[in-house]
Design a protein around this ligand. Sequence first.
Ligand code: KG4
Ligand code: ZN
Length: 357
Amino acid sequence: MIQDRIVTQDRIILGVESSCDETGVGVVRLGADGSLELLADEVASSVEEHARFGGVVPEVASRAHLEAMVPTMRRALTAAGVALSDVHAVAVTAGPGLAGALLVGVSAAKAYAAAHGLPLYGVNHLAGHVAADTLQHGPLPSPCLALLVSGGHSSLLLVEDLASKITEIGSTIDDAAGEAYDKVARVLDLPYPGGPPIDRLAKQGNGCAIAFPRGLTGPRDAKYDFSFSGLKTAVARWVENRERDGLAVPVADVAASFQEAVADVLTAKAVRAVREFGLDTLVISGGVAANSRLSALAAQRCEAAGIRLRVPRPKLCTDNGAMIAAVGAHLVAAGAEPSGLGLVTDPGLPVSTVSMG
Ligand code: KG4
Ligand code: ZN
């Protein structure tokens, strides 16, 4: 067993990500003392190929992964200044994600592992989003709470051990937060993905101009679950009504008021969960964590509640291979069994399965 050996050397861990529209390869150095150092984080995105469809087209994403995988791997190894012969283990996203896209990454990781006789770890993409923060801010206190907000997920996670114990305490019952941004952007004639243009436009608007609904915030509602579908519909109806009445649509105010509703609900529920579970640290990750209003409101509410807030830099928030290498490093450090070359993908992998047996 790995943990029974006295480890005196640094170990290089490779991470491969391909669950959605980003092909990511990351390289992380796991120090003998358990510390993590990010050596490379290379990403090739097919987002522009999906833009005209207003969302990710799975077949287009799979094809793009196939084309980008080897060049991205080469760029990452060069940037890290390591050769494949220096690598100690390979970690790859096994789920959740798009079935075809996952298969490309797992097949590539298997090939690299088999060719170089390396242990292979199939890991959970959502655990990766949380682990990304440890590359920037060091080890996470255990337990802590993570708010994961991306184009595909909106969840509150109780993180007891990044290598083995993550429990979902709440999630969206309909649209993910990022999905709501993308759909509202379409209503406002803004480009895909909708998060960045709405974020920019909202800075010129008034977040209190329109009182959009805050989903699942009533006294009888599930306190840690989210719902953004009603909000998206409310924005669309509001805009339609203005247009029907021949009035101009104050786009910046709509963007700011929508953004305020999202940030309000996400931060209120996250802070409540941290308090009720008796924790002291909140990590926010995933593409929507790059949102300026979300981080500002989270900072304000966490400070008022005496909670430490950790938000990784935007490049670590969106999908990347470094976060997968980070989970791999935590698994290697914990002496976890590798998944082996029989590893299968699971598009619906629950967050409670951090690594595939
Ligand atoms: O984590 P991510 O890169 O991919 C998924 O796993 O989904 O997240 C992408 C999502 C998109 O929906 C995008 O609109 C949203 O993150 N996003 C933002 C911002 N930047 C990206 N949402 C709000 N504000 C932003 N600044
Ligand atoms: Zn993601």
